[in-house]
Each structure stands twice: as C-alpha cells, then as structure tokens.
Design a protein around this ligand. Structure first.
Ligand code: ATP
Length: 623
C-alpha cells in the first residue's frame, strides 16, 4: 500500500525592528537555482545553524523546500501548497501545519495580511479556481474553524460568549472528530473571507515581550469539498486542514504574567506531546501518545494517519531564538520520517442491495475484499502492532464510504480515482439480475429455485433468527433483573450497617488507621514513585475527610487511571485489614476515576456481595 512521508518546508523570516541577528542561521540554495527559494524538485537546499555553545560548529539541515528572508507568500504557495490541491480534489485529506517558536512567522505564513495574504486565503482562492475546471462533479464547499486553547476545543465560527468547549470524539470506525463543530457552506472566495475575517477576531491572541499579537491557541481551519458524480452515483470528499500552531515559548523571554504562563504551559505541553508522537512513530512504538493532548488527537490523521501532510517550519533569525531554531529543525528532521497512508474518501450512493438477497440461502460469488484501509488501521493509536500503520482520517466516514489507498509514485503525483466495480457494485449487479425475473415471481433463477421458493426460505430463516434473538434478549433481561435485585439488597444492608456504625462512632467512616500503607508498600515494592506519592496524598486526604467530587473531571486520562489504581491498592489494604466498609468506599471511589474499567466494576460488585454475605452470616450467628 503506497505511503507518503510528511513533507517539510522551512522558512526563515526577516529580522524585525530591534532584533539582533548575527546571521548564524543561513539558507543555502544550490547555485543553479535562481530566486530565493529552491524548487521542490531540486531537493538540495539546506539550512545552516551555528551551535550556540560553539560557533565554529555548524549544523546542516537539508530540506526539499527552504525559504529565506526574501521569500514571498506566493512562492511558498506555488511551490509547496498549490500542488496539494489536486490531491484534495481526488478525495484525500491534506493537512498543512505551521510550526515554530513564538514570533517566528507562523501566522504571517498561514494567514498573512490583507495586502500580502498567506497560505489560507491563497488556498481557498486556489480551490475555487480549480473548481471551474472540473465539470464532472457537482461541487460544494464548507468551512469549519476551531481553536485549541488550554487543551479545550472551541468553535471559532460562533461568537465567543456562546462558544462551549467541544468534545473530541471517535466514531464507530475509530475516526476522530470534534463533535458539534459548525460547518458553514461557502459558495465563493468573498463569502469565505467575510466568515474567516470575522472568525479570526475570535481567536485567542495576547501580547508578550516577543510578539505583541501572539497566538495563544492552535487554530485549525478546514475546507471540505464534496464532489457529487451524478453519473457514477458516487460522492468524493476532499479536505484540507490548515493549522496555525501556537508557538513554543520560553517564559524568561516572553515575560509572561501568571495568566499568560497558564496559556504558555498548555501550549508547551501540547507541543511536547506532538514531539513525543513524532518520536514514538519514528521508533515504531506500539503505543503512540495521541490521546495525551487534544492537539495530537485532532492531528492524529496528519501524523501516521491517512492524510497527506506538509509541515512548514518557521524560523526566527534573532540570536535569542538560536536554540529554538535548532529545536524546530530537529523536530522537522524527525517529522520527515513519519509516513502516512493516504486514502481516497469515496462513497457509493446507490441503494444497497435488498437485504433478503444479500442474506439469501443463495450466496453470490464471493466478492474480493474491499481495499478498505480502515480494516487495517489502529483506531486508537494505543494498540499494539508496533508497525507504522496509517491511522484513520479526521473525516468521520460513513460505513458506506469506500476508502481506497492512494497509489502512485509519491505524494505530489496527482492520482486518478480507483477504477470502479468494487464489491458493492458486484453485489448490486447480482440483485439487479434477480430483479429482472417475471413479475409473478415464478421465474427460475438458474439455481433450481423460483423466486417464491427463495422468498419462503428466507422468510423461514428470518423468523428463526428473530425467535432466537427474542429468546436471548428475554434471558438477558431476566439475568440483569436478578443482578439488580442482589445489588439493591446488598446496598440496603451495607447502608444500614454504615448508619449503625456511624451512630456508634461518627468519625470512623473517614478515618484511616495510620500505618496502613506501610505493609502495602513493603509488599508492592514495584509501585512506581508517582503511585506511591499518590497513595500518600490519598491517605492524607482520606484522613482529612476531603470530598472527591469534581477531581475526577479535571485530571488527565493518565492521572485518572493512576488515581484509580491507587484507590484500588488502598481498598485492598483495608480489605485485608478487615476494614470492609472503608474498602467498599475506596472501591467505589476508584470506580469514579475509571468508570469504563469493567474488571474493576466486576471486582467491586463481587466485593459488595462478599461483604453482604459476611454481614449476613455474622447477623445470623448473632441471632
Ligand atoms: N516573512 C515575513 N515577512 C515580514 N514580516 C514577517 C514575516 N514573518 C513574520 N513577520 C513578522 O514577524 C512578527 C511575528 O510573526 P507572527 O505573528 O506571524 O509569528 P508567530 O510565529 O505566529 O507568533 P506566535 O506564535 O507568537 O503567534 C509579526 O510582526 C510579523 O508581521
């Protein structure tokens, strides 16, 4: 299956007023190219950076596209962005992101100014220009625009006061998407510009020592093009994500106040997770930490996924940025090894074959398996094959979508649609053929049966299946009812017992006999430091009787898991000491942190039953 590496372009911005530039960052073009940028075909431009600690040592970074201080917005668009539009028009998702330290020129490159527009406005114009040359489809466009601010996603196309935090979700096929994000239809460039200009004002921007209009969020603009082919009855969906990342920051240089610091911490954390994702992909790690930040979850498709990626690295020339420049270039070097497996998003709009023919006793000739990349990809980024398989597109694709892997020589070769006639088409052919029979349903279909006989067989098979399903559901309902009854009884008994012990000793429920951790920690020498610290914290908190209420909501998934584990360990320790009520409560608390952990739920229910039975037998013995 053809793969495509993430393409890299690097751009050095000009020196700005008051900035000291010792010219230690240089763009070197091959002698045979004219102008300020290399074409993407020469591949021999490179960037040199002097080591900040030892200026005699020069680091060299070769990239296919390098742009110096005199490069223009048009050059970048023409060389690196415009060729990607054909890919979008072939039903593939393209993601372009601008990366670099704060004030390195990301927003200038992506957004630009009214007089000197950047990648975003040029891309939209280019998309509309290309549409005119495509007669085959009925084409429509939509725009969506979001920002990720302090690891929360907001819709930039709604007014700020009304903008709720949007959840990032995964559909049944493992596609990551932002729920409830608006998608506005656009019919021309002017319409786009009025929406975009208004929305950009909603973006979180603040002043720092390094940039008076510094982006405090990551912004993701998506243009989706839907192409309806009325003759073939298919829909092709191409997308381009244009991402202006917030810049990494050194708080000593930015002079950030406490509120800027909080923003800065979120920015630096998400960028560091981005680095970890790239590192893990390069290592062929079994777990890629996409889920550790919203940014990487949303960009999952562009890194090791099914879209085509272009990373524009923005560099600032000032002396004070030297280390950041090296960090950015090192990130670019690592990213250029990341491989994606682009797929074409095409949906067959023809009605599915009648279900009874599909399920019939007569089996149509076995269709070849669809080249659906979705079958082969890991949907969570956390599963374990270890290879660098593509992850799914950001596009939530309906089940009827046909996803074909993109063939061809490389990312920048425009490619045609895969030839028609996939399995669904074959199945369709079959049903069409059967439907040609006589209207009285008595025509022989060449399988030794009339259509009526086939229908009878199918009806019987369906009836039997329905009956079996009804029986299964009734049994399941009965089982759940019985379980519920046991649980209710147990809870009632436990509540009575707790109430009784409370009346005897009001503080007992929250008290933790000191030293309970010592034997536990001795036994579990393998507990890591973080878990140990967490246990100590919990012990203290428990002694103070602190309420857990909203804590579970604010922790990261990893912290929640660790806290859940810590509670389980404490619960066990208490259970072994015979403090069953305390243990019960701790299990319940553990469950609030990891509500999806079925094993824990089972363990908790068993424990509740165990306590209930113990108490019952104790009560019987006493009476
Ligand atoms: N190629 C360029 N030509 C002229 N000016 C530029 C260029 N690139 C950046 N600048 C100027 O440099 C300053 C910083 O650029 P910009 O705001 O785009 O940086 P940024 O990387 O987006 O910063 P932040 O991460 O803080 O948002 C701006 O004043 C911008 O106009």
């Amino acid at each position: 299956m053809a793969s495509a590496k993430v393409r890299i372009a690097a751009r050095l911005r000009p020196r700005i007023d008051g900035e000291l530039d010792d010219e230690s960052v240089k763009i070197i073009h091959p002698s045979n190219t004219t102008g300020s940028s290399s074409s993407s075909t020469t591949g021999s431009s490179f960037i040199t950076v002097a080591n900040p600690r030892d200026p005699t040592q020069i680091f060299k970074f070769p990239f296919t596209s390098c742009y110096d201080q005199d490069s223009t917005q048009q050059e970048i668009y023409r060389n690196d962005v415009e060729p990607l539009l054909d890919i979008v028009y072939n039903g593939v998702t393209v993601t372009i992101f601008a990366y670099g330290v704060t004030s390195s020129g990301k927003t200038h490159t992506m957004q630009g100014t009214k007089g000197d527009p950047g990648v975003i406005p040029r891309t939209v114009r280019g998309m509309f220009d290309k549409k005119a040359g495509i007669q085959k489809y009925e084409t429509s466009f939509t725009v969506s625009y979001m920002e990720i601010y302090k690891d929360e996603v907001y819709d930039l196309l709604v007014t700020r006061e009304n903008a709720p935090k949007l959840p990032v979700r995964e559909n049944d096929s493992g596609m990551v998407f932002v729920a409830n994000l608006s998608k506005i239809p656009i019919s021309d460039v002017e319409e786009f510009e009025s929406i975009y200009n208004a929305a950009t004002k909603h973006r979180s921007v603040g002043s720092t020592n390094l940039n008076h209009a510094s982006s405090r969020s990551h912004a993701v603009l998506t243009i989706e093009v839907t192409m309806l082919d009325h003759i073939a009855n298919t829909t092709l969906t191409g997308k381009i994500n244009l991402v202006d990342l917030a810049g990494s920051e050194n708080n000593k240089l930015t002079g950030n106040d406490p509120s800027r610091m909080a923003e800065s911490a979120a920015i630096n954390k998400s960028l560091s997770v981005l680095g970890q994702v790239v590192h893990a992909l390069n290592q062929g790690a079994s777990r890629i930490p996409y889920r550790n930040s919203k940014l990487t979850r949303i960009l999952q498709d562009a890194l090791g996924g099914s879209s085509v990626g272009l990373l524009i690295c923005n560099l600032a020339p000032g002396i004070k940025f030297r280390q950041d420049t090296l960090n950015t270039l090192n990130f670019a070097v690592r990213t250029k090894n990341v491989e994606n497996r682009p797929v074409v998003n095409e949906r067959d709009n023809r009605p599915a074959p009648k279900p009874h023919f599909a399920a019939a006793a007569i089996q149509p000739p076995a269709a070849k398996p669809a080249p659906a990349i979705l079958q082969a990809i890991s949907t969570t980024g956390a599963s374990g094959s270890g290879d660098r398989r593509a992850r799914p597109s950001l596009v939530p694709v309906s089940r009827s979508h046909r996803m074909s892997s993109v063939g061809g020589q490389g990312v920048y070769q425009p490619f045609g649609l895969p030839a028609g006639g996939g399995p669904s088409r074959k199945a369709m052919g079959m049903s069409e053929k059967i439907a040609e029979g006589d209207s009285d349903g008595s025509a022989s279909l060449g399988f030794g049966m009339t259509e009526k006989e086939i229908d009878d067989r199918i009806s019987k098979a369906v009836e039997a299946a329905v009956e079996a399903e009804v029986t299964r559901r009734l049994a399941e309902r009965e089982r759940q009812r019985a379980e519920e009854e046991v649980r209710e009884k147990t809870e009632r008994a436990t509540a009575d017992h707790v109430a009784r012990s409370r009346s005897k000793s009001p503080t007992k429920e929250n008290s933790l006999p000191s030293g309970v951790l010592t034997p536990l920690l001795k036994r579990h020498k393998d507990l890591d430091d973080e878990l140990k610290n967490r246990l100590h914290e919990l012990e203290k908190k428990y002694e103070r009787g602190t309420k857990e209420t909203a804590l579970a909501d604010v922790l990261s998934p990893v912290s929640k898991k660790k806290t859940g584990r810590a509670y389980v360990a404490l619960a066990r320790a208490h259970s072994e000491k015979g403090d069953l009520d305390v243990a019960l409560d701790l299990y319940r608390k553990a469950e609030t942190y990891v509500p999806d952990n079925i094993k824990l739920k089972e363990r908790w229910i068993l424990f509740v039953i165990h306590v209930f039975l113990l108490k019952l037998s104790y009560a019987r013995t006493r009476s």
